[in-house]
Design a protein around this ligand. Structure first.
Ligand SMILES: Cc1cc2nc3c(=O)[nH]c(=O)nc-3n(C[C@H](O)[C@H](O)[C@H](O)COP(=O)(O)O)c2cc1C
Length: 189
């Protein structure tokens, strides 16, 4: 069951933008982050939720999508995320966040997948711009933006070939292919 969920939990970058994600759903997802592991149990993560079109547009303007797809500039209007969760580190609690935001992000994305949603963990964020646009206090470090919605694209896992190329790619039918290294290649001892 967990393998099925992890396998289904791909990075999706195109959505049915009109399919709303309620704030209550975002709160349920943050609850999964709240319950996740935290270094020294300091729990320095805080969250900003967005499911309003105006706020979503501000967040969207600060994101960079799919760096390997050179001729794609990100989701067009109509296929953009319906919601976002911004993961913040509260520097008043801890100066360093170690892996906390990665652990929490995966819990949240798995919860989204379980609900038939999908999305993308985004680290390529114009942080200064986003902080200004949303008036985020300086004591919060912007760690990740989680884009969420009802996926409108197919993503297929592949095994990395002999050339070792790990870049994801799209085929002529617009299916997104993601090469993963083989199990035998990552267990080294
Ligand atoms: C920490 C982290 C940061 C990421 N940042 C971005 C990003 O800025 N933009 C983006 O389009 N995808 C981003 N991704 C998604 C990765 O590109 C994606 O995980 C990878 O292509 C593998 O696809 P998969 O998630 O379906 O396995 C990020 C993923 C992780 C884990």
């Amino acid at each position: 069951m967990i393998k099925e969920l992890v396998t289904r939990n791909r990075s999706f970058r195109r959505f049915h933008q009109e399919a709303a994600v309620e704030r209550e759903t975002l709160k349920e997802l943050v609850e999964l982050g709240r319950l996740s592991a935290s270094a020294a149990n300091r729990q320095p993560l805080k969250y900003i939720l967005s499911c309003q079109p105006e706020r979503n547009a501000l967040i969207f303007s600060c994101l960079r999508w799919a760096g390997y797809l050179k001729d794609w500039r990100g989701p067009a209007e109509g296929e953009r995320p319906a919601a976002y969760i911004i993961v913040l580190g509260d520097t008043r609690i801890s100066p360093a966040f170690l892996c906390d935001h990665g652990v929490a992000a995966q819990s949240i994305m798995l919860g989204a997948a379980e609900r038939g949603l999908g999305g993308c963990i985004i680290a390529a964020v114009q942080r200064t711009k986003l902080g200004k646009l949303l008036e985020i206090p300086d004591y919060y470090e912007i760690l990740l933006v989680l884009a969420l919605g009802k996926p409108a694209e197919k993503v297929k896992l592949e095994t990395v070939g002999a050339d070792g190329d790990i870049k994801y790619w799209r085929d002529k039918d617009d299916v997104h292919h993601v090469p993963k290294r083989a199990l035998d290649d990552i267990i080294v001892g």
